[in-house]
Ligand binder design. Structure first.
Ligand SMILES: [Zn+2]
Ligand SMILES: [Zn+2]
Length: 201
């Protein structure tokens, strides 16, 4: 066993920086999501080239919520809702870089970090992705990619959820107020026209 891996992240302009502690295959899940919302977020923000792979995939690492440490630029983080769904998309307002996905509130604790913003060494320690979510939404031939169902990911998440609830870590997520579990910045919901312009449903 080596030292626990630390995943370093920064937004495109370098204002928002920080780390995901204990980022290993055992402590979280490296997945690639091809859903239309994950494709629409970087398109809306003008960051598709930085974030999306050739199959419209976003490389993600889902971990326990208190593993996120923001070193700088916390006041530059803002949240977007792409649809009526509860997923909250956090981005850096300094340079419109998509950064994290969470639930709408801190009540359901997880942080999913966009790996395109992370250092190569930290990423390499995550190994290969567990699988690819929502391949039906992916453009091009994806027959070589290993599918992963959302239910399979939820089962893996559930173990982390229990730990976050019982350890009290749920209240140590820097993106949510520790008392109210509301997001630190009031999220904005895209208008249907904005959503349509970003592509997808
Ligand atoms: Zn920035
Ligand atoms: Zn997605």
């Amino acid at each position: 066993m080596g030292a626990p891996n630390t995943l370093k992240f920064q937004c495109k302009c370098g204002t928002v920086t920080g780390t995901i502690e204990q980022a290993t295959p055992a402590e979280g899940d490296y997945v690639v999501c091809h859903c239309s919302d994950c494709q629409a977020v970087p398109r809306h923000l003008g960051a598709a080239e930085r974030i999306l792979d050739e199959h419209g995939g976003t490389a993600l690492y889902q971990s326990r919520c208190a593993r996120l440490k923001i070193a700088s630029g916390k006041d530059r983080l803002a949240g977007l809702h792409m649809t009526d769904k509860p997923t909250l998309r956090w981005y850096a307002t300094c340079c419109d870089t998509p950064m994290f996905n969470t639930y709408a509130t801190g009540k359901l604790p997880y942080v999913t970090t966009l790996l395109a913003n992370c250092d190569a060494e930290g990423r390499a320690a995550l190994g290969e992705p567990v699988g690819h979510l929502f391949l039906d939404d992916a453009p091009g031939d994806t027959s070589g990619l290993k599918p992963l169902s959302m239910n399979a990911l939820l089962r893996r998440f559930f173990k982390r959820l229990i730990k976050d609830l019982f350890s009290g870590d749920r209240r140590r997520n820097p993106l949510f107020d520790s008392k109210t579990l509301e997001p630190i910045a009031v999220p904005r919901r895209l208008t249907p026209a904005e959503r349509q312009a970003a592509g997808g449903t």
